[in-house]
Write a protein that binds this ligand. Sequence first.
Ligand SMILES: CSCC[C@H](NC=O)C(=O)O
Ligand SMILES: [Zn+2]
Ligand SMILES: [Zn+2]
Length: 439
Amino acid sequence: TPTQQNQDSEEDTPVTRLQNYLRINTAHPSPDYPSAVAYLLSQARSIGLQAQTLEFSPGKPLLLFTWPGSRPSLPSLLFNSHLDSVPAESSKWVHPPFAAVRTPDGKIFARGAQDDKCIGMQYLEAVRNLKQKNFTPIRTVHFSYVPDEEIGGSEGAAKFTASKEFKDLNLGFAMDEGQANPGDEFRIFYSDRSPWGLKIKASGVPGHGSKLYDNSAMENLMKSVEIMSRFRESQFDVVKAGRAANSEVISVNPVYMTAGIPSPTGFVMNMQPSEAEAGFDLRMPPTSDPDAMKKRIAEEWAPAVRNMTFQIIEKGPIRDILGRPLMTATNESNPWWPVFKQAITAVGGKLAKPEILPSTTDARYIRELGIPALGFSPMTNTPILLHDHNEFLKDTVYLRGIESNFDLMTTAQVLGVKKKKVTSQYPCYDDVCGFIAWD
Ligand SMILES: CSCC[C@H](NC=O)C(=O)O
Ligand SMILES: [Zn+2]
Ligand SMILES: [Zn+2]
């Protein structure tokens, strides 16, 4: 009956609380941050977390929740997620992207279901469960909800990690988003690729559309595109041959091309234009050499001899403050690694071999400071649908993810870790300036 349905939708359960978060449209280009903030604040209040709303950029709020530990001098934990989502083309979805419809087989359809509102709510549900068991953490646990991850994080996580507020957290270890796995192992990410936006521009001799001549802008640009395609293929071949994962090679993908002289019916067809431009999404694995790539771009992809110029938009850091690749150790040299492994074992989960994420997250800003950070979105037996149409997450998978975060928070308390005082102004974690001992 309709009455029964209304009652169902008013139920307050872990799943309906997720659905309510998913119904807030925080997709770019105009994310509804105020509604998301109000909702999460009400959640934090209902479980008794301390809450702060920070605003490092106008109109871009950042939430910081805190669960004080009984020994606040110990390095703290941070669980991060982002408030924003990529847009959704409603007409191509089977269910509206902001209705968070749950189908009879338990699939919750929504933009953000996997990326990454699931983890944001799982953190809070884990706290709710722990508090019900009267658990008090030894070390302080923080939760951050940051704006603008999907557009690079320069107004969000980048400003947060550079702030006094962040330094004062005295972080030992952070968790951020990962990616789903169609198989039954939990995937864990120790690094991201660093994104560059590359614009190449050619200029050349204009002329009649019928004329064959050298050095037109289109010819200059197309030569570059050919050279770049060959490079792309060489990288992809390594992946196809099984010698590296997708995320371990450099990707370069064209995202736009623009040239021509506009006319009311499209473009003028009998003029060769004097300018042509193309844009590329470039992703650099953590150990790749940014200077070598810049040299390749200047000498091969956009050489001045072919009348070309280029612009690289570097989105975030590629090395940490000590000049090291942005990678978190997944071995015993990182005292948090066994903690994490134990938490997964506790939910009966199998852990996949640690990976580099093919895309990019805000964890790179945390790793930049030398703080260990792992990417983890507990979604097994789930197709990878982030940024795709019909993004969904199954209720059972979501609920199991709460358990794994729950265990992570408790396990991290039992196996305390203490940081060494370091020469840098930031805490570090490896043999250069690392942890000295178990607490
Ligand atoms: C250019 S930084 C954008 C970050 C974005 N993150 C998730 O998808 C990505 O494209 O990987
Ligand atoms: Zn994300
Ligand atoms: Zn995303």
